[in-house]
Each structure stands twice: as structure tokens, then as C-alpha cells.
Design a protein around this ligand. Structure first.
Ligand SMILES: C[S@@+](CC[C@H](N)C(=O)[O-])C[C@H]1O[C@@H](n2cnc3c(N)ncnc32)[C@H](O)[C@@H]1O
Length: 301
């Protein structure tokens, strides 16, 4: 498969696919990730297109285009000017060809470095994240992650079926995405006001999620993975506790019963834990906040 990744955050886009596809080998050419994969592509937040690979070469080889053609076709390219010269190559190789700009068979040609990467489109992202923007939700606090990022970090867990637990669920942004992907969503938060807001949001989007008031350092939930966005600063929401200590105590508590934790953390704190950092990237938020996005697992995984 060829995944055309969004350039908004290439490292995150790449890991989102790799966490779900778990391929033995893969390669990245520009913003195209090429690997074997078999999962529901509509889950992805940072992938624009998914294509079935036709060829990767330095020139266009002889191809049985008929094999890939259905009803009608069109040609797309990252270099628009190339489309006109590419279309006849396919046209003359087909029996009774029909062209349609909204075709069944959309052939993509990417010219990157000295390579031509060609594939047939099988999926295009249409997920309407903007409709679930935090400020449009009935239970709104400005602390919530944008839905696109929330969805991506759920995917980083690699969980395709089963329970996701967010022990710092706030207004429920992460759980909303998990539930919309068909996962079982369980949440808890120390602040009753947040739990009330999250309940309103789940009702509004008709999402099933189980939530309760609890301290993340004491609660136990049987889950496939934790995905969370704990507090970043020494604010009322942490009861004025030191965030570094909060992360440390929370990770110490969940280590015996949870194998995978995906979390966000400000890059100013040290993550002290027995878990292994399997992968991480950074995301600039604003002048005083750059956050790390981290996948933690146990070293034997
Ligand atoms: C950055 S917010 C999470 C935002 C959330 N992702 C959302 O969509 O709204 C962090 C949350 O952690 C909660 N929190 C702080 N200390 C906690 C603790 N010890 N246990 C559980 N929740 C805690 C706060 O009440 C706050 O809602």
C-alpha cells in the first residue's frame, strides 16, 4: 500500500500508520509511506490518500492497465502539468476507455526525487474533524485536544479492537474519537466538573463511553492501552501538585496492569518510568509550550 501522509506532522503521520499496520519492512519516499497493511483506513487522521501500489520505478514500465481499470479513469499527479501527458499512456492501453474526473479508477503518479511512484486510489480521507472542534461541543473547556490529534494518538496505541482508557479524560476529546472508531471507551478524571462536561459531549455526539470521577494514581481499569493528555502545568487542575511527580506516580501505578501508554507531556519535564519509550515526537503548540507525544511500552514487547 502507498499512504500519502499529511505534511502537518510527518513523523506523527508515519507512526500512526505503522502502529496500526505493524509491517515488517517499510520505506518513506517524500511524504509517501510504502508498506503492507490491512486495517480500516478510515481511522487515520494524518493520511490523505491510500493507494494500491502499481509500480515504483525511475521510468514508466509496461503495465497491464486493464487489470486496474473499472468503468472509467482519471490521472492525478503531484506535478499537475504531467497529467496531460500521462493520460494517453493509459488510454491507449485500455479497451473502450472512458475518462471521468470523478472516476472509479483514479491513477496517481508521484514524481519524487528520481522516482515515479504510481498507485490506484482506494481511500481518500473525508473525516470531518472540524465538526467536533472543542469550541462547538456543549461541554467546552479550552484544554481539549483538537479531534484530529486526539484520533492520531488513539491510533498510536495500535489498538484495533477492545478498550481504551483515558484516566485524565477532561471533557472527553480522546474518548470521543476512540468511540467513533468503534473502540470501547472508558474515562476518568479527578474533577467532577470535567466529568459533567464529558457526559454532555458524549450525549451530543451519541457516543457510548463509561466515565467516572477518580484519581489516575489510584484507579484500575482493565484495558488494551491508556491514551491520555495529563495536565501540562502547575494549575488548579493538578491541585497545585508538581506535574513531574504526577506523571511519575501515575506511571508507577499503572505499570503492573497496563502494557501500552500513549501520552502527551510538556517537553520541560522528565518522564521517570519503568516503561520503555518506544517512539516519540515533538509538537510546537505556542511560544511557551512544546509537547512530546510518547508511546510507552514494556521492553519485552
Ligand atoms: C489537559 S486536561 C485533559 C483534556 C482532555 N483530553 C479533554 O479532551 O478535555 C488534563 C485533565 O487531567 C485532570 N487531572 C488532573 N490531575 C488528575 C489526577 N490526579 N487524576 C485524574 N485526573 C486528573 C484535570 O482535571 C484535567 O481535566
Amino acid at each position: 500500500m502507498i499512504f500519502e501522509l499529511s505534511r502537518d506532522n510527518l513523523a506523527l503521520a508515519q507512526q500512526e500508520v505503522l502502529s496500526l499496520a505493524k509491517p515488517k519492512t517499510w520505506k518513506l519516499i517524500g511524504n509517501l509511506l510504502i508498506c503492507k497493511a490491512n486495517f480500516d483506513y478510515s481511522r487515520l487522521a494524518y493520511t490523505n490518500l491510500v493507494l494500491e501500489e502499481i509500480f515504483i520505478d525511475t521510468k514508466i514500465p509496461k503495465i497491464n492497465w486493464q487489470k486496474y481499470y473499472k468503468e472509467n479513469f482519471c490521472v492525478r499527479s503531484n506535478i499537475t502539468a504531467k497529467e496531460k501527458e500521462l493520460a494517453p499512456i493509459i488510454w491507449y492501453a485500455l479497451k473502450n476507455p472512458k475518462v471521468n474526473m470523478k472516476a472509479q479508477s483514479e491513477f496517481w503518479f508521484y514524481y519524487i526525487e528520481d522516482q515515479i511512484i504510481c498507485g490506484k486510489k482506494i481511500y481518500q480521507r473525508e473525516e470531518k474533524f472540524q465538526m467536533r472542534r472543542p469550541d462547538l461541543r456543549p461541554g467546552f473547556f479550552p484544554i481539549s485536544l483538537k479531534p484530529k490529534l486526539a484520533r492520531a494518538i488513539v491510533n498510536l496505541s495500535g489498538v484495533k479492537k477492545g478498550t481504551i482508557w483515558d484516566p485524565f479524560c477532561g471533557t472527553g476529546g480522546i474518548l470521543l474519537e476512540a468511540s467513533l472508531m468503534g473502540l470501547k471507551a472508558i474515562g476518568s478524571d479527578i474533577d467532577p466538573m470535567m466529568i459533567r462536561a464529558a457526559k454532555k459531549n458524549f450525549e451530543h455526539y451519541e457516543c457510548k463511553a463509561k466515565i467516572s470521577i477518580a484519581d489516575a494514581r489510584k484507579e484500575k481499569v482493565n484495558c488494551k492501552a491508556i491514551v491520555c493528555d495529563p495536565p501540562y502545568g502547575r494549575r488548579a487542575s493538578t491541585k497545585k501538585e508538581d506535574v513531574e511527580t504526577l506523571y511519575k506516580e501515575f506511571l508507577e501505578h499503572v505499570y503492573p496492569f497496563v502494557d501500552t501508554v500513549v501520552l502527551m507531556a510538556p517537553n520541560t519535564i522528565k518522564i521517570k518510568t519503568k516503561y520503555t519509550i518506544a517512539w516519540e515526537t515533538e509538537e510546537f503548540v505556542h511560544g511557551s509550550l512544546t509537547r512530546r507525544i510518547i508511546i510507552l511500552n514494556k521492553s519485552n514487547q
